[in-house]
Design a protein around this ligand. Structure first.
Ligand code: PLP
Ligand code: ZN
Length: 421
């Protein structure tokens, strides 16, 4: 039997993206998949209506445990349509790590378990894929050092979108397999990340796709602010004294500053914003060197480090990250590949969290900053651990002690127990 009744109008509000404004010259433009100001080439940021109603702490706390609990500070109007479960990762108390660092208290912001692809890049892709939906784009893509590739491929698969993912030829097996399993168009490019990024700027122009960290970058970056919101909420609506975070393009570090400032402005938290500290591997540390050198110009580098996820020689947000660190009273540190491997082990042994190379860089940098007196004995410190260790097994292969192999006999276990320190 067929019905002749007219369908009832649905009350679904359309998802729209917020308009954009140039961070340098203040020029306004309508919402669009564009990230560079046509007046001065500065970066475009979403604009929020200062008079919009904001939730209080209780209202936020009652919402679902995802980054969308902070939706008033994310660049959309209407309900998000994709990636509803990303974010709201655990903040793990880390007393043994605090003792190792010689600080009063330490926590790990554990984005190794971010949904669905086990890195903080799920946050930025959750933002970008909803921007793509708002603009009616059916293809997204990225230039990636690995984690973003995993995230774009996973989020696109769930949303039923086509994904074009561009990575440098030389990446860890876990990053490559952890992307291709979702069935994207995965392309390996002979060159560094910076070559891949330049190519993707041309790709975005030529094909009109939503390249999340190129023409959707203004929307993408806002996802990183949610790390700051979660830290404040999970500490009981207060700030730590210091936050240490890894840097590649420098977006996460500069968005932490913005996120903390927005929660102060909203009256959700009182007190001083945390001092921000950035971490890089010494084989690719253009932002750390800018902080140390002073000035306002990044000197691009050719990356030489096993921390491939952080291997961006010409970071798009490097200058903004430097300002976030210097203005907040923080600093930066670069660490050797050897030290980052130790950092991975310390984190696993002290906190029970297995991080990829970027996590090792963060822990090793925190140790360096503590040794240099920049993290102090009365400090409360949060370390942002941004990606899972199973993605970069190469880093720890061959450096851990081998497990003994025994016959299934109790006396062989007894012999091991006898010899065990
Ligand atoms: C695990 C991990 N941590 C941190 C970063 C740094 O991110 P940003 O480019 O925002 O500085 C990246 C970037 O790829 C990453 O993969
Ligand atoms: Zn401008």
């Amino acid at each position: 039997m067929s019905s002749t009744a007219t369908p009832r109008p649905t009350l679904r509000r359309e998802l729209t993206a917020r308009p954009l404004r140039c961070r340098n010259c203040g020029a306004d433009r309508a919402a669009a998949p564009v990230s560079i100001c046509d007046q001065c080439l500065g970066p475009l940021d979403p604009v929020y209506d200062p008079a919009r109603p904001l939730p209080d702490a209780n209202a936020i706390a009652a919402r679902a445990p995802s980054l969308w609990r902070y939706r008033e500070w994310l660049p959309f109007q209407g309900e998000p349509v994709h990636s509803l479960d990303s974010g709201f990762t655990p903040l793990v108390a880390a007393p043994a790590l605090a003792r190792r660092l010689g600080v009063a208290r330490a926590w790990v912001k554990n984005d190794t378990v971010c949904h669905p692809s086990l890195s903080f890049k799920d946050r930025v892709v959750a933002a970008a894929i909803n921007a793509a939906a708002a603009f009616g784009l059916d293809t997204i893509g990225c230039a990636s050092t690995g984690n973003l590739a995993n995230a774009v491929a996973a989020h696109a698969a769930r949303a039923g979108l086509t994904a074009w993912v561009f990575i440098p030829e030389e990446l860890e097996a876990g990053k490559v397999l952890g992307t291709s399993v979702y069935g994207p168009k995965l392309v390996r490019v002979r060159g560094t990340y910076d070559d891949v990024n330049r190519l993707c700027a041309q790709v975005a122009d030529r094909f009109g796709w939503g390249i999340v960290n190129v023409n959707l970058r203004g929307y993408y970056g806002e996802g990183s602010k949610t790390v700051a919101y979660e830290i404040a909420e999970q500490l009981g609506w207060r700030f730590p004294n210091a936050v240490v975070a890894p840097m590649a393009g420098g977006s996460l570090l500069s968005k932490l500053r913005k996120g903390f400032a927005e929660f102060l402005d909203a009256g959700l938290v009182r007190g001083a914003s945390p001092r921000l500290y950035g971490a890089q591997a010494s084989g690719c540390a253009p932002i750390v060197r800018l902080v140390e050198r002073g000035g306002t110009q990044i000197e691009p580098e050719i990356p030489r480090t096993i921390a491939r996820s952080l291997a961006i020689g010409n970071p798009a947000d490097g200058v903004f990250a430097m300002r976030a660190m210097r203005d907040s009273g923080g600093w930066a540190a670069a660490v050797s590949d050897e030290d980052l491997v130790d950092g991975i082990r310390f984190l696993a042994e002290d906190v029970g969290v297995f991080a990829e190379t970027a996590g090792g860089v963060t822990v090793a940098a925190a140790l360096e900053l503590a040794r240099g007196g920049r993290l102090r004995s009365d400090d409360e410190v949060v370390l942002c651990i941004t990606g899972h260790g199973l993605k970069t097994l190469e880093a720890v292969t061959g450096v851990l002690s081998e497990a003994p192999v025994i016959a299934p006999r109790l006396r062989e276990v007894a012999a091991l127990v006898e010899r065990s320190p």
